[in-house]
Ligand binder design. Structure first.
Ligand SMILES: [Zn+2]
Length: 77
């Protein structure tokens, strides 16, 4: 396995680029958070379609950010 340490654009954590499925982010959460910020910035992307799972995860993250950014809630379902 190749190793390339990069910094996650979202959380600034170092990780191995090749070990993440969600590169350039360290994990799915960072990728979705970044996507959420991106969507909030009125860059409208007419053709981009989220999968249902992505849309749900994104919605969850946006809701979490709205209420309490310090609190994790895993029991939404
Ligand atoms: Zn990250």
């Amino acid at each position: 396995m190749k190793i390339l340490n990069v910094t996650c654009p979202n959380c600034k954590k170092e990780f191995n680029y090749y070990s993440s499925e969600f590169r350039p982010f360290c994990n799915e959460r960072c990728r979705l958070i970044d996507l959420g910020q991106w969507l909030n910035e009125t860059y409208t992307v007419p053709v981009h379609k989220l999968t249902l799972e992505e849309a749900e995860a994104l919605e969850q993250i946006i809701h979490e950010k709205d209420k309490n950014p310090g609190e994790e809630d895993d029991s939404t379902n």
